[in-house]
Design a protein around this ligand. Structure first.
Ligand SMILES: [Zn+2]
Ligand SMILES: [Zn+2]
Length: 264
């Protein structure tokens, strides 16, 4: 049973299809109680152009709020954004939080002296550790309501090695301490299962990660990470639901108001 999704995108990011009304209408059709739209934040620092521009932020906010209002009798719509935790002025986060209901942490990059490295293709244990340290700081910052694809650091890797184990424990502990739910992300399942030295594995969710998370008091929430309205509840979501059950994770079905009204 799935009655919510708090990680959905918008065509403004240039790699998703549909505007707020398309996602919300699909969610109503599916009988969802809550739908959160959380498109990628604009950024002048990150080395990609797959995100809205700062000049488009106002239009995004208006688009989601107008649908929130128009369809409020049928579904709860929340305005979110997916955001990296970077070494920037706190004003960057505070400005978003003044406008949106919640921020999703999606750490797609690791930074070192050489620059940004995509978290989808981390190779060295040093970069994995750097990812772990960064996301722990992010969870402790108080800006985020949900941690998207926490195991993204395994996406480009084969073996769940010592560094991967260490990072999973750090994330479990930080999520427990800060009471921030961890996301079980169906988009990794859409990327397809692959042969690894440890058997057939999805790039994420990675089962070794979640076996470690089970040792912590952490809420787990399923997200579609939908970049198209039809992905809000597709086969990947059904596979993810089965995996959550198999792993006996502590699944929650909705976020609490404490997390959803994180507006400054
Ligand atoms: Zn995206
Ligand atoms: Zn996303």
């Amino acid at each position: 049973m799935t009655i919510s999704n708090y990680h959905s995108h918008h065509e403004l990011c240039r790699h998703a299809e549909g505007t707020a009304v398309d996602y919300v209408k699909k969610a109503i059709e599916l009988g969802f109680k809550d739908l959160g739209i959380s498109d990628h934040v604009p950024s002048d620092l990150l080395p990609d152009s797959m995100r809205m521009r700062f000049s488009e932020l106002e239009g995004y906010v208006e688009d989601v709020l107008s649908v929130q209002k128009a369809l409020k009798d049928q579904i709860n719509v929340y305005l979110g954004m997916e955001c990296e935790y970077l070494e920037v002025d706190v004003k960057y986060y505070e400005d978003f939080l003044k406008q949106v209901d919640y921020l999703v942490l999606g750490q797609h990059y690791v930074k070192d002296d050489a620059g940004f490295h995509s978290a989808f293709y981390l190779k060295t244990p040093e970069h994995v550790i750097a990812y772990g340290d960064r996301v722990v700081k992010a969870l402790e910052s108080g800006y985020f309501s949900l941690f998207a694809h926490p195991d993204l650091y395994m996406c480009g890797r084969d073996t769940f090695d010592e560094a991967a184990i260490q990072v999973a424990h750090k994330i479990g502990k930080a999520a427990e301490d800060t009471k921030i739910p961890l996301e079980f992300n169906a988009n990794g399942i859409r990327r397809g299962i692959k042969k690894t030295s440890q058997g057939m594995r999805y790039p994420y969710p990675r089962i070794e990660f979640w076996e470690i998370i089970k040792n912590y008091h952490v809420d787990v929430i399923l997200s579609s990470d939908a970049h198209h309205p039809n992905l809000l509840y597709d086969d990947a979501m059904k596979k993810a639901e089965a995996l959550i059950e198999q792993l006996e994770l502590k699944r929650i079905h909705t976020l609490s108001m404490k997390h959803l009204k994180n507006r400054l």
